[in-house]
Design a binder for this molecule. Structure first.
Ligand code: ATP
Length: 264
Protein backbone atom coordinates (compact mmCIF):
# COMPACT_ATOMS: atom_id res chain seq x y z
CA UNK A 1 0.00 0.00 0.00
CA UNK A 2 1.20 3.50 -0.79
CA UNK A 3 2.38 5.42 2.29
CA UNK A 4 1.00 8.85 2.90
CA UNK A 5 1.02 11.29 5.74
CA UNK A 6 -1.67 13.96 5.88
CA UNK A 7 -1.94 16.88 8.28
CA UNK A 8 -5.25 18.75 8.12
CA UNK A 9 -5.51 22.09 9.94
CA UNK A 10 -3.07 20.90 12.60
CA UNK A 11 -2.32 23.26 15.46
CA UNK A 12 -0.14 22.69 18.52
CA UNK A 13 -0.20 24.89 21.60
CA UNK A 14 1.47 24.49 25.00
CA UNK A 15 0.22 25.74 28.34
CA UNK A 16 2.89 27.91 29.97
CA UNK A 17 2.98 30.10 33.10
CA UNK A 18 2.28 33.07 30.79
CA UNK A 19 -0.75 31.43 29.19
CA UNK A 20 -1.24 29.32 26.09
CA UNK A 21 1.71 29.42 23.69
CA UNK A 22 0.73 28.61 20.12
CA UNK A 23 3.60 26.85 18.28
CA UNK A 24 2.01 25.48 15.08
CA UNK A 25 -1.05 27.01 13.46
CA UNK A 26 -3.35 25.40 10.91
CA UNK A 27 -0.73 23.32 9.12
CA UNK A 28 -2.00 21.53 6.02
CA UNK A 29 0.45 19.11 4.50
CA UNK A 30 0.35 15.92 2.46
CA UNK A 31 3.54 13.90 2.21
CA UNK A 32 3.70 11.17 -0.43
CA UNK A 33 5.79 8.00 -0.29
CA UNK A 34 9.33 8.49 -1.58
CA UNK A 35 9.34 12.29 -1.25
CA UNK A 36 12.30 14.11 0.26
CA UNK A 37 10.92 17.15 2.03
CA UNK A 38 13.24 19.72 3.57
CA UNK A 39 11.83 21.80 6.40
CA UNK A 40 13.47 25.08 7.30
CA UNK A 41 12.72 27.91 9.68
CA UNK A 42 14.51 30.18 12.13
CA UNK A 43 15.12 29.03 15.71
CA UNK A 44 11.84 28.68 17.54
CA UNK A 45 9.71 28.60 14.38
CA UNK A 46 8.24 25.21 15.27
CA UNK A 47 10.33 22.78 13.18
CA UNK A 48 11.13 20.35 16.00
CA UNK A 49 7.55 20.44 17.17
CA UNK A 50 6.41 19.56 13.65
CA UNK A 51 9.01 16.75 13.52
CA UNK A 52 7.61 15.35 16.76
CA UNK A 53 4.04 15.67 15.49
CA UNK A 54 4.96 13.70 12.36
CA UNK A 55 6.65 11.04 14.50
CA UNK A 56 3.69 11.08 16.88
CA UNK A 57 5.89 12.09 19.80
CA UNK A 58 3.89 15.29 20.34
CA UNK A 59 0.09 15.40 20.63
CA UNK A 60 -1.78 17.88 18.46
CA UNK A 61 -4.15 20.41 20.00
CA UNK A 62 -6.43 20.74 16.97
CA UNK A 63 -6.84 19.21 13.53
CA UNK A 64 -6.09 15.75 12.23
CA UNK A 65 -3.02 13.66 11.50
CA UNK A 66 -3.40 10.59 9.30
CA UNK A 67 -0.51 8.26 8.63
CA UNK A 68 -1.21 5.43 6.20
CA UNK A 69 0.26 3.05 7.31
CA UNK A 70 2.22 4.20 10.28
CA UNK A 71 5.91 3.35 10.32
CA UNK A 72 7.58 6.69 11.08
CA UNK A 73 10.89 6.92 12.97
CA UNK A 74 13.01 9.90 13.95
CA UNK A 75 16.73 10.75 14.05
CA UNK A 76 17.64 13.56 16.46
CA UNK A 77 20.10 16.43 16.35
CA UNK A 78 22.45 15.34 19.10
CA UNK A 79 24.14 12.03 18.25
CA UNK A 80 24.85 11.41 21.95
CA UNK A 81 21.19 11.81 22.94
CA UNK A 82 19.92 8.81 20.99
CA UNK A 83 22.60 6.24 21.72
CA UNK A 84 21.50 3.79 24.39
CA UNK A 85 23.40 0.57 23.78
CA UNK A 86 26.99 -0.16 24.76
CA UNK A 87 27.82 -1.80 21.46
CA UNK A 88 26.64 -1.02 17.94
CA UNK A 89 24.64 -4.26 17.91
CA UNK A 90 22.97 -3.56 21.26
CA UNK A 91 22.08 -0.06 20.15
CA UNK A 92 20.57 -1.03 16.83
CA UNK A 93 18.45 -3.64 18.64
CA UNK A 94 17.08 -1.21 21.24
CA UNK A 95 13.98 -0.14 19.29
CA UNK A 96 13.23 -3.71 18.27
CA UNK A 97 13.42 -4.83 21.91
CA UNK A 98 10.95 -2.11 22.92
CA UNK A 99 8.65 -3.10 20.08
CA UNK A 100 8.80 -6.76 21.19
CA UNK A 101 10.24 -8.01 17.88
CA UNK A 102 10.83 -11.80 18.20
CA UNK A 103 14.45 -12.24 19.38
CA UNK A 104 15.16 -14.72 16.58
CA UNK A 105 14.51 -12.00 13.97
CA UNK A 106 16.75 -9.36 15.53
CA UNK A 107 20.25 -10.41 14.42
CA UNK A 108 19.31 -10.46 10.72
CA UNK A 109 17.32 -7.21 10.89
CA UNK A 110 20.21 -5.55 12.75
CA UNK A 111 22.78 -6.83 10.23
CA UNK A 112 20.77 -5.68 7.18
CA UNK A 113 20.11 -2.24 8.74
CA UNK A 114 23.80 -1.74 9.60
CA UNK A 115 24.81 -2.81 6.10
CA UNK A 116 22.52 -0.18 4.57
CA UNK A 117 24.30 2.60 6.46
CA UNK A 118 27.80 1.15 6.01
CA UNK A 119 28.38 0.19 9.66
CA UNK A 120 28.13 -3.62 9.43
CA UNK A 121 31.88 -4.01 9.99
CA UNK A 122 31.56 -2.24 13.37
CA UNK A 123 28.72 -4.42 14.71
CA UNK A 124 30.57 -5.58 17.84
CA UNK A 125 32.37 -2.33 18.49
CA UNK A 126 31.70 -0.12 21.52
CA UNK A 127 29.55 2.91 20.57
CA UNK A 128 32.04 5.12 22.42
CA UNK A 129 34.53 4.54 19.58
CA UNK A 130 32.17 5.95 16.89
CA UNK A 131 32.47 9.42 15.40
CA UNK A 132 29.52 11.84 15.55
CA UNK A 133 28.65 11.02 11.94
CA UNK A 134 28.81 7.27 12.61
CA UNK A 135 26.52 7.75 15.63
CA UNK A 136 23.97 9.46 13.36
CA UNK A 137 24.28 6.56 10.91
CA UNK A 138 23.66 4.20 13.83
CA UNK A 139 20.51 6.22 14.64
CA UNK A 140 19.39 5.74 11.03
CA UNK A 141 20.16 2.00 11.25
CA UNK A 142 17.93 1.82 14.33
CA UNK A 143 15.08 3.35 12.26
CA UNK A 144 15.70 0.85 9.44
CA UNK A 145 15.75 -2.09 11.86
CA UNK A 146 12.28 -0.90 12.93
CA UNK A 147 11.28 -1.08 9.24
CA UNK A 148 10.57 2.66 9.07
CA UNK A 149 8.96 3.77 5.82
CA UNK A 150 9.31 7.42 6.69
CA UNK A 151 12.27 8.90 8.59
CA UNK A 152 12.18 12.34 10.18
CA UNK A 153 15.68 13.83 10.53
CA UNK A 154 15.59 16.69 13.06
CA UNK A 155 18.70 18.75 12.21
CA UNK A 156 20.69 15.55 12.28
CA UNK A 157 23.69 17.14 10.57
CA UNK A 158 23.78 20.29 12.74
CA UNK A 159 26.57 19.02 14.99
CA UNK A 160 28.64 17.31 12.30
CA UNK A 161 31.73 18.39 10.36
CA UNK A 162 31.41 18.73 6.56
CA UNK A 163 32.76 15.24 5.80
CA UNK A 164 30.37 13.60 8.28
CA UNK A 165 27.46 15.67 6.95
CA UNK A 166 28.22 14.41 3.46
CA UNK A 167 28.41 10.82 4.76
CA UNK A 168 24.94 11.10 6.34
CA UNK A 169 23.50 12.86 3.26
CA UNK A 170 24.86 10.15 1.01
CA UNK A 171 23.11 7.45 3.08
CA UNK A 172 19.92 9.55 2.96
CA UNK A 173 20.17 9.68 -0.86
CA UNK A 174 20.46 5.86 -0.93
CA UNK A 175 17.41 5.55 1.31
CA UNK A 176 15.34 7.75 -0.99
CA UNK A 177 16.42 5.62 -3.98
CA UNK A 178 15.10 2.62 -2.02
CA UNK A 179 11.69 4.31 -1.72
CA UNK A 180 11.89 5.74 1.80
CA UNK A 181 10.19 9.04 2.57
CA UNK A 182 12.53 11.60 4.15
CA UNK A 183 11.57 14.61 6.21
CA UNK A 184 14.78 16.60 6.49
CA UNK A 185 14.79 19.46 8.98
CA UNK A 186 17.84 21.65 8.54
CA UNK A 187 19.36 25.08 8.98
CA UNK A 188 21.88 24.41 6.17
CA UNK A 189 20.70 26.04 2.96
CA UNK A 190 23.09 23.81 0.93
CA UNK A 191 21.10 20.76 2.01
CA UNK A 192 17.93 21.96 0.26
CA UNK A 193 19.45 20.96 -3.08
CA UNK A 194 18.67 17.30 -2.34
CA UNK A 195 15.02 17.89 -1.51
CA UNK A 196 12.12 17.41 -3.92
CA UNK A 197 10.22 19.98 -1.95
CA UNK A 198 11.01 22.72 0.58
CA UNK A 199 8.69 23.80 3.36
CA UNK A 200 9.57 27.05 5.08
CA UNK A 201 8.12 27.96 8.46
CA UNK A 202 7.99 31.08 10.52
CA UNK A 203 6.05 31.73 13.68
CA UNK A 204 4.37 28.36 13.43
CA UNK A 205 2.90 28.94 9.96
CA UNK A 206 3.82 27.56 6.55
CA UNK A 207 5.26 30.42 4.47
CA UNK A 208 6.41 28.45 1.45
CA UNK A 209 5.86 24.99 -0.03
CA UNK A 210 7.61 24.38 -3.35
CA UNK A 211 10.87 23.48 -5.06
CA UNK A 212 14.31 24.58 -3.87
CA UNK A 213 14.74 26.42 -7.19
CA UNK A 214 11.61 28.50 -6.57
CA UNK A 215 12.65 29.06 -2.94
CA UNK A 216 16.01 30.51 -3.92
CA UNK A 217 15.23 32.20 -7.24
CA UNK A 218 11.77 33.69 -6.60
CA UNK A 219 12.90 35.87 -3.71
CA UNK A 220 11.44 33.70 -0.92
CA UNK A 221 14.74 32.80 0.73
CA UNK A 222 15.87 36.36 1.45
CA UNK A 223 12.37 37.52 2.36
CA UNK A 224 12.34 34.93 5.17
CA UNK A 225 15.76 36.02 6.40
CA UNK A 226 17.91 33.17 5.06
CA UNK A 227 21.14 33.48 3.12
CA UNK A 228 21.28 31.34 -0.05
CA UNK A 229 24.20 28.96 -0.66
CA UNK A 230 27.27 30.52 -2.27
CA UNK A 231 26.61 28.83 -5.64
CA UNK A 232 23.13 30.40 -5.74
CA UNK A 233 24.53 33.82 -4.76
CA UNK A 234 27.04 33.65 -7.63
CA UNK A 235 24.33 32.54 -10.09
CA UNK A 236 22.05 35.38 -8.94
CA UNK A 237 24.88 37.85 -9.37
CA UNK A 238 25.55 36.60 -12.91
CA UNK A 239 21.83 36.76 -13.76
CA UNK A 240 21.77 40.30 -12.36
CA UNK A 241 24.63 41.19 -14.70
CA UNK A 242 22.55 39.98 -17.62
CA UNK A 243 24.38 36.67 -18.09
CA UNK A 244 21.87 34.25 -19.64
CA UNK A 245 22.49 31.24 -17.39
CA UNK A 246 20.45 28.19 -18.32
CA UNK A 247 18.45 26.72 -15.45
CA UNK A 248 18.56 27.63 -11.77
CA UNK A 249 21.72 26.06 -10.32
CA UNK A 250 21.66 25.04 -6.66
CA UNK A 251 25.12 23.53 -6.21
CA UNK A 252 28.67 24.38 -7.28
CA UNK A 253 28.61 21.58 -9.84
CA UNK A 254 25.27 22.73 -11.33
CA UNK A 255 26.65 26.27 -11.48
CA UNK A 256 29.82 25.14 -13.22
CA UNK A 257 27.70 23.18 -15.75
CA UNK A 258 25.52 26.23 -16.40
CA UNK A 259 28.58 28.46 -16.88
CA UNK A 260 30.26 25.78 -19.02
CA UNK A 261 27.19 25.65 -21.27
CA UNK A 262 27.61 29.38 -22.00
CA UNK A 263 31.09 28.75 -23.36
CA UNK A 264 30.03 26.08 -25.85
N1 ATP B 1 6.78 21.40 25.61
C1 ATP B 1 6.77 22.72 25.36
N2 ATP B 1 6.17 23.59 26.22
C2 ATP B 1 6.15 24.93 25.97
N3 ATP B 1 6.70 25.51 24.89
C3 ATP B 1 7.33 24.69 24.01
C4 ATP B 1 7.40 23.27 24.19
N4 ATP B 1 8.09 22.72 23.14
C5 ATP B 1 8.42 23.77 22.34
N5 ATP B 1 7.97 24.93 22.86
C6 ATP B 1 8.14 26.27 22.27
O1 ATP B 1 7.69 26.21 20.93
C7 ATP B 1 8.46 27.05 20.10
C8 ATP B 1 8.97 26.25 18.91
O2 ATP B 1 9.89 25.27 19.36
P1 ATP B 1 10.58 24.24 18.37
O3 ATP B 1 11.60 23.49 19.17
O4 ATP B 1 9.56 23.46 17.65
O5 ATP B 1 11.29 25.25 17.35
P2 ATP B 1 12.45 24.97 16.30
O6 ATP B 1 12.05 25.69 15.06
O7 ATP B 1 12.72 23.51 16.17
O8 ATP B 1 13.68 25.69 16.97
P3 ATP B 1 15.24 25.30 16.96
O9 ATP B 1 15.72 25.55 15.56
O10 ATP B 1 15.82 26.27 17.94
O11 ATP B 1 15.37 23.87 17.39
C9 ATP B 1 9.56 27.62 20.97
O12 ATP B 1 9.16 28.93 21.34
C10 ATP B 1 9.60 26.70 22.15
O13 ATP B 1 10.02 27.38 23.32
Amino acid sequence: MKQQLILSDVSVAFATSKGVHSVLEDINLTIEQGEWIAIIGQNGSGKSTLAKVLSRLCPISRGELNVIPARVQMVFQNPEAQIVGETVYEDVCFGMENAAVPPAEMPERARVALEKVGLAHLIDQSVSTLSGGQKQLLGIAGCLAMEAEMIVFDECTAMLDPASREMVLSVARDLQRQGKTLIWITQWMEELADADRVLAFSEGKTRFDGTAQAFFYDGICQSLGFVPPYAVQVAQHLLGQGVALAGRPLTASELSEAVGALCQ
